[in-house]
Design a protein around this ligand. Structure first.
Ligand code: PLP
Length: 467
């Protein structure tokens, strides 16, 4: 089709013009909404993408942390074609298809504890939304309609539907947007880099646990339905849980009949070298896990929640056998999505997970060398996800003015040099396709080093920084 090719036939430049006239792109500012010219991406192969000028770039964020097995995998494209030719769609309201059931069994096999059943959605926001509506239903059926509050944290990102977005806790997420504030209680961000000066990480973790306990005391366990947390906060800046604080919170949730929902939209399907990180990396057994993104490596919009057998058995035994979980999406259990997810899981199980675990230490060590640069306050990460956090001043970890656009400046230099960066205010997040090799990691880190160096030169020239 003519619109698949860009530069070769002039469609590329034309499409940017059309976008400026007709496209509302995600997360725009009011002053530019409906008129933005974002960088056109025309193609992808392996860890690379090609922009509208034909320039090849390393896909630093793997799309949106999702293209886990890399671009242009013929195995995945073929499965989508074959499944669409076999059965492109069936209603999940009163029929079912084979790929969704086979995939559910395989997902349950990888999930920790007694997580046994999968409900499919169209992505991460709808996965979180489904898990929260399940919690509400579960507590209504159990005769506990007052047990509905949801605990979330600063730095969290859980989605862009109304209830999932109400959980978000990053700067700017909620400045101009409404949310279900009567249902959500925010706890502190677990970001140890921003802990008070002089405090140990252990004391910081103890403080987070104490805050959690106090919150349960203050609000009453009988009013709290769920805690939702990313095992590693992703777009909050790759924030690792300090010490064993997440395990301790899991324990408090269990003791107080509060559902522990691990949002693994980013951490699942290989990012940390395992299908799920909750159990294998963090020793957690959540009541529910939400997933999306890497489940299809971004080839098809699919997400879901995995729910424990215990919760479902309780519902089946309840006094309200006809109570309806009135929740389902037209594209729940989509056959094409589930088929490509199965092929993607084959790739993960047959080498990609192992490769990720082998590459992760090298990836982290190479990125860590960027801490030599005076603009870099910290490089932190796990598996194949990392964040380079820039600061105006290392001693005070000053997150002032300079931080506002430093990520974008670095991104602009890196784009010139052949790397797409995901800029987040003062941070650059790196989460490349998992198939990245050592040589490609060297290239990526080399470009990032040069991009940061050029940014430092600019800032010095402009007289806004003296590092
Ligand atoms: N949860 C987490 C942890 C995410 O990072 C995201 C998206 O980045 C979401 C949920 C929302 O997923 P989606 O954008 O697929 O709706």
């Amino acid at each position: 089709a003519e619109w698949i090719v860009g530069t070769q036939n002039g469609q590329g430049a034309h499409s940017v013009e059309l976008a400026k006239r007709h496209l509302v792109q995600p997360w725009p500012e009011a002053g530019e909404i409906g008129s933005e010219a974002r960088a056109l991406i025309e193609g992808g192969e392996g860890i690379y993408i090609t922009d509208g000028e034909g320039k090849r770039l390393i896909d630093g964020p793997a799309g949106m942390w999702c293209v886990n097995v890399g671009h242009r995998r013929e195995e995945l494209a073929r499965v989508m074609y074959d499944q669409a030719m076999q059965l492109s769609y069936n209603t999940p309201w009163y029929t079912m298809n084979a790929p969704s059931a086979v995939l559910a069994e395989r997902i349950a096999g990888h999930a920790p504890g007694d997580l046994s059943h999968v409900f499919y959605t169209t992505g991460g926001s709808t996965a979180v939304e489904s898990a929260l509506r399940f919690m509400q239903f579960y507590n209504n059926v159990r005769g506990r309609p007052e047990k509905k509050l949801i605990l979330s944290r600063g730095g969290a990102y859980h989605g862009s539907t109304y209830l999932s977005a109400s959980l978000n806790g990053r700067p700017r997420d909620r400045d101009w947007m409404n949310g279900a504030d009567d249902l959500v209680v925010k706890l502190s961000s677990p970001n140890a880099f921003r802990r008070p000066a002089g405090m140990t990480v252990e004391a910081f973790a103890d403080g987070l646990v104490a805050e959690f306990e106090e919150t349960v005391q203050r609000l009453g366990a009988d009013r709290i339905g769920a805690f939702v947390g990313e095992p590693v906060q992703a777009s909050g800046g790759v924030v690792l849980p300090p010490g064993n604080y997440l395990q301790r919170i899991r324990g408090i949730c269990r003791d107080n009949d509060i559902l522990f929902i691990a949002d693994e939209v980013v951490t699942a399907f290989g990012r940390l070298g395992h299908v799920f990180a909750s159990g294998e990396v963090f020793g957690l057994d959540p009541d529910m896990i939400t997933f999306a993104k890497g489940v299809t490596s971004g080839y098809f919009p699919l997400g879901g929640m995995i729910v424990s057998d215990r919760l479902l058995a309780e519902l089946r035994r309840s006094n309200h056998p006809t109570a309806m979980y009135a929740h389902g999406l037209t594209y729940t259990s989509h056959p094409v999505g589930c088929a490509v997810a199965l092929a993607n899981l084959d790739l993960l199980e047959n080498g990609v997970l192992e490769h990720t675990r082998a590459m992760a230490p090298y990836f982290q060590a190479q990125l860590k060398t960027l801490e030599e640069l005076p603009l870099v306050g910290e490089v932190r990460g796990i598996g194949l996800m990392a964040c380079v956090e820039c600061v105006a001043d290392r001693e005070s970890r000053n997150p002032l003015q300079l931080d506002k656009n430093v990520g974008e400046r670095i991104d602009a230099h890196c784009h010139e040099l052949g790397l797409l960066v995901r800029p987040l205010i003062n941070m650059c997040v790196m989460s490349p396709p998992l198939v990245i090799t050592k040589e490609q990691i060297d290239d990526m880190v080399g470009i990032l080093r040069e991009g940061i160096s050029r940014t430092m030169d600019d800032l010095r020239k402009e007289g806004v920084w003296r590092g």
